[in-house]
Design a binder for this molecule. Sequence first.
Ligand code: MF3
Ligand code: CO
Length: 248
Amino acid sequence: MIVIKSSREIALMKEAGKILANVFDILEPLCVPGTTTKHLSEVAEKVIRDAGAIPAEKGYYGYPAAICASINEVVVHGIPGNRKLKDGDIISCDIVVQYQGYMADACRTFKVGNVSSEAERLVKVTEECFFKALEFARPGNHVGDLSSAIQKHAEAAGYSVTRDYTGHGLGKEMHEDPNIPNYGIPGKGPKLVEGMTIAIEPIILQGRKETRVLPDGWTAVTIDGKLAAHYENSIVITKDGYEILTMK
Ligand code: MF3
Ligand code: CO
């Protein structure tokens, strides 16, 4: 069931989104060689709690940390720990903030020191995929329009898109209907309606599309060990388009 939000609910999600955008501004300069992913998570948790909000991933189905920190071949759900970032890594920080009962969900992939031109291109194309999808974000269009825009842009660049993780509606819950896959067919899927709040999250793989989960039950990695990048924002569908909730 797709839950349409009131203007009051959207305002609260926007507050959550502002807090989250600020977290990224604080984390980005910390993504340098030597920083542990545990430190990133602890800093994020403090910033979120100091703003009167909750890091909603912590405890979600038993997830143990405030952020997902996924380095290089880790696709999603990397658990923060004592691993240190090193020059040339890319790290995605995927974070959900809950403010007065409402969620904002976003992800950035940061570059650590000097990254290869190939890694650089993957990060750039992944970000572009999100904005390609946005061009179709307005009432009357379909989820498949967003999905196919992501898939087309990624595949035209020689990359593949995951079938294993999707974007989603969100609001009182972190994950609500509809699913927003990173692949699809124009004109198919649920229709976009004013007041829908969705997280669009291209997860783009340098090599094969398949992923697998490590024995910790969370960490998803590329099957071929090649890189993955992830970029996500929460948006609301407005009368004639969209508004991004998780950018300043
Ligand atoms: N933030 C993720 C998403 O984009 C979900 C995180 S799963 C959790 O949907 F267990 F870490 F919370
Ligand atoms: Co999400």
